[in-house]
Design a protein around this ligand. Structure first.
Ligand code: AMP
Length: 403
């Protein structure tokens, strides 16, 4: 029999499961879907058979992750690509926090599960949901390799000077406080894909990756290795995001508690869920913000300016960290689609060798592409991210090596 070539990628959130089934012979999608609002009366499953293009939708209560995954398995079976297929090589799980321990994709066993569980205090929202997804998938196919691909892994190459906060190292170590960084699979994929776009090997180029989605992070990648990134202990640090504040003086928190009378939970919720673009202007969708700016809305304009100012500071900082920069790559929802953000982020940075060609920047959609003029010293690129493909590739490589 020929070796199995399919990988199922699962991204389990607290009330949702996103999934893709890929054939690794050509990285093609066989099925794509999601189950959302798990545990509610209004759960919804949307499944697309990528080969036929047919989309099916189910609504109604799906009690838990176990029921969700069984429903997904049924949908896959209806398309003839069920979980019981001998062509399935492995299941790749997105795991948000791998701490310092997991520097690479890892085949999951009991010891790995225990370690992911031990990291729950630093990822209370994400790791429990990821664990539930792993346990449910393992129960469905106990014989199949289950692989964890960690959002933090790509950033474990950061030097201590970038990874540590300036606090007592013993206290920091006791509580596992350090800068871990997130969106690692995206930064890994986009930095490598950018190198390919330049016709170079990743080991030959230095890239600044700007992952601008609802969550947003920047990374400095030197010769294929991450040397700095903007998110820290949690995904709250760094850039202005859809609903997260990003960087602020930590004393703002003491001030809100002492003077504003807010509890820690209230401040946590404020900074994670009601800040960033949303906190500044009431909208977190860049399309809506641009529309409001076009209508002369000052609140939206200020939110945009603060977003861009922060982005520019990180671009400048990562020029200093890297010394030489070959490319700046924009990715994720905002980075891939919002030409005004790309234009504004680079405006005024010509002395650093950065420029955007208005015509190229205005082109919508499409694959990885350069938007800088050919004469520019530093390439500016739009590189659509593909975290599922990256998780599937890492999973397949690992399982291939072991078999
Ligand atoms: P992501 O988290 O990568 O899915 O990105 C989601 C965000 O991308 C949304 O909240 C929007 O702010 C932004 N976005 C998506 N499409 C567009 C678009 N066509 N123009 C501007 N922003 C967009």
């Amino acid at each position: 029999m020929t070796s199995p070539t399919r990988v199922l990628v699962l991204n389990s959130g607290s009330s949702s499961v996103k999934y893709q089934l890929l054939d690794m012979r050509d990285s093609s999608r066989l099925a794509v879907g999601l189950v959302e609002r798990i545990g509610e009366q209004t759960s919804r499953l949307e499944h697309t058979c990528a080969t036929s293009g047919e989309t099916r939708e189910q609504t109604g209560p799906i009690a838990d992750h176990d029921a969700a995954l069984k429903a997904v398995a049924e949908e896959l079976s209806r398309d003839g690509v069920g979980l019981d297929s001998p062509e399935l090589a492995a299941i790749g799980h997105r795991v948000v926090h791998g701490g310092m321990f997991f520097t690479e994709p890892t085949v999951i066993d009991e010891a790995v599960l225990t370690e992911i569980e031990r990291l729950i205090p630093v990822a209370p929202l994400h790791n429990p949901a990821n664990l539930t997804g792993i346990r449910t998938a393992t129960a469905l196919r106990p014989d199949l390799p289950q692989v964890a691909v960690f959002d933090t892994a790509f950033h474990t190459t950061m030097p201590e000077s970038a990874a540590r906060y300036a606090i007592d190292p013993k206290l920091a170590d006791r509580h596992r406080i350090r800068r871990y960084g997130f969106h690692g699979t995206s930064h890994a994929y986009v930095s490598r894909r950018t190198a390919r776009l330049l016709g170079k090997d990743p080991s030959e180029v230095n890239v600044i990756v700007l992952h601008l989605g609802n969550g947003a992070s920047a990374s400095a990648v030197a010769k294929g290795r991450c040397v700095d990134t903007s998110m820290g202990l949690t995904p709250l640090e760094g850039l202005v995001m859809g609903t997260r504040s990003g960087d602020l003086d930590p004393a703002v928190i003491f001030h809100l508690a002492r003077v504003g009378g807010m509890s820690m939970d209230e401040i946590d919720s404020l900074l994670n869920k009601r800040s960033g673009l949303f906190g500044l202007c009431g909208d977190n969708d860049m399309r809506e913000i641009r529309r409001r700016i076009d209508e002369g809305d000052d609140e939206a304009a200020l939110a945009f300016d603060i977003y861009i100012h922060r982005l520019k500071k990180y671009i400048g900082a990562y020029f200093a960290v890297l010394g030489r920069v070959d490319a700046v790559a924009f990715t994720a929802g905002v980075g891939e689609n919002a030409a005004p953000v790309r234009e504004a982020a680079v405006a005024g940075l010509e002395p650093l060798g950065l420029a955007v060609d208005g015509g190229l920047n205005a082109v919508r959609g499409g694959g990885p592409r350069l938007i800088s003029p050919p004469s520019a010293r530093v390439a500016v690129a739009v590189v659509p991210t593909d975290e599922e493909l990256e998780i599937a590739t890492q999973t397949y490589e690992l399982v291939g090596k072991k078999s």
